[in-house]
Design a protein around this ligand. Structure first.
Ligand code: IPM
Ligand code: MG
Length: 370
């Protein structure tokens, strides 16, 4: 029987609650489908800091590196606001991305028909929305050096971050965007700030050259990132695939998330390059939402983004395409039935907690799987 190694890092805040709902799906798939998932679990973020004094321990890093896929919940919270910068909860996530070389972050923003009215935009603007943001995840200002605060000695300090991109980094993320576009509407919009940033000028050039050399069948458009943000809220359905850098991708994907009704709906996949021998990619799957400390422990968090992240894991790490389709369909069906967590609650719907939402999706998934 195939063995599929999953390393679970539930993290902080609502992370563990959301992960609990994925665990039920894993257990069902093992039992009913012989899926062969073997799970191990570690600590990341504030919970790892409390246990080990680090945002992730070396032992857990090794497990993450060895796993077929990592499922990640969320990190951070006010409890750890004053811990040293190097070991702040987010450092665990950034280290995982960097050490696993997960350069391609896929953030699909899909507006389920049932949720069109939960968006802050008019329903007709978001109904049927299906865009994919491809965010570069291991470069740019997140990791560029120097990155420091220096004392200028005159009572002033200087904070420095460095935005830096090499050709190969832009080429490979552009390649992912063009390839994903071919499986969708075949359109890519690249966003940067070439009007102010040298890295933006290079980004634009390399995307253009990559397109010309290998992907001229795909429709390519360039937009300045600020205008792109504006277009995302003006007419979001004009986009198919958006490719952008680490920082713009962070911001634009939060904007895109809200279009779909709630941050609680958006999954993501972070992928590395295919291994030269096995063809397998290192991968980490995480909801776009954060740890939401204000609602943690109350069992009211929306587990959909976490469950949808697991659906992406089934699709991209294990090629379990039918199962992934069914799990996504199960989410849509549950929403169609009017079952809602608080963040997406609407008039006439049934408000449920985290566990009830998870159970409803699992029941639907079972029904679709028979
Ligand atoms: C995200 C988050 C992270 C980021 C934080 C938690 C470091 O906002 O994944 O979008 O900035 O990348
Ligand atoms: Mg973010």
């Amino acid at each position: 029987m195939t063995t599929r190694n999953l390393f679970l890092l539930p993290g902080d805040g609502i992370g563990p609650e959301a992960m609990g709902e994925v665990r039920k799906i894993i257990a069902y798939m093992n039992e009913a489908m012989n899926a062969g998932f073997v799970t191990d679990e570690g600590l990341v973020g504030g919970s790892a800091y409390d246990a080990h004094g680090a945002a992730i321990s070396e032992a857990d890093m090794q497990k993450a590196l060895a796993a077929d896929a990592v499922l990640f919940g969320a990190v951070g919270g006010p409890t750890w606001d004053s811990v040293p910068y190097e070991v702040r909860p987010e450092a665990g996530l950034l280290r995982l991305r960097k050490d696993l070389q997960l350069f391609a972050n896929l953030r699909p923003a899909i507006c389920y028909p049932a949720l069109a009215s939960a968006s802050s935009l008019k329903p007709e603007l978001v109904e049927g929305l299906d865009i994919l943001i491809i965010r570069e995840l291991t470069g740019g200002v997140y990791f560029g050096e120097p990155k420091e605060i220096i004392d200028l000695g005159n009572g002033q300090k200087r904070g420095i971050d460095t935005q830096v991109y090499d050709t190969y980094e832009i080429e490979r993320i552009a390649g992912v965007a063009f390839e994903m576009a071919r499986t969708r509407q075949n359109r890519v919009c690249s966003m940067e700030k070439r009007n102010v940033m040298k890295s933006g000028v290079l980004w634009n050039q390399v995307v253009t050259e990559t397109h010309k050399a290998k992907y001229s069948d795909v429709q390519l458009e360039h937009m300045l990132a600020d205008a792109g943000g504006m277009q995302l809220v003006r007419q979001p359905k004009q986009f198919d695939v958006i490719v952008t850098d680490n920082l713009f991708g962070d911001m634009l994907s939060d904007v895109a998330a809200m279009l779909t009704g709630s941050l609680g709906m958006l999954p993501s996949a972070s992928l590395g390059a295919p291994d030269a021998k096995t063809g397998k990619r290192k991968a980490l799957y995480e909801p776009v939402h954060g740890s939401a400390p204000d609602i943690a422990g109350k069992s009211i968090a929306n587990p959909i983004a976490m469950i949808a992240s697991f659906a992406m894991c089934l699709r991209y790490s294990f090629n379990l395409v039918n199962e992934a389709d069914n799990l996504e369909k199960a989410i849509a069906n549950v929403l169609d039935k009017g079952i809602r967590t608080g963040d997406i609650m609407a008039e006439g719907c049934k408000k449920v907690g985290t566990t009830e939402m998870g159970d409803a999706i699992l029941a639907e998934f079972k029904a679709l799987s028979i």
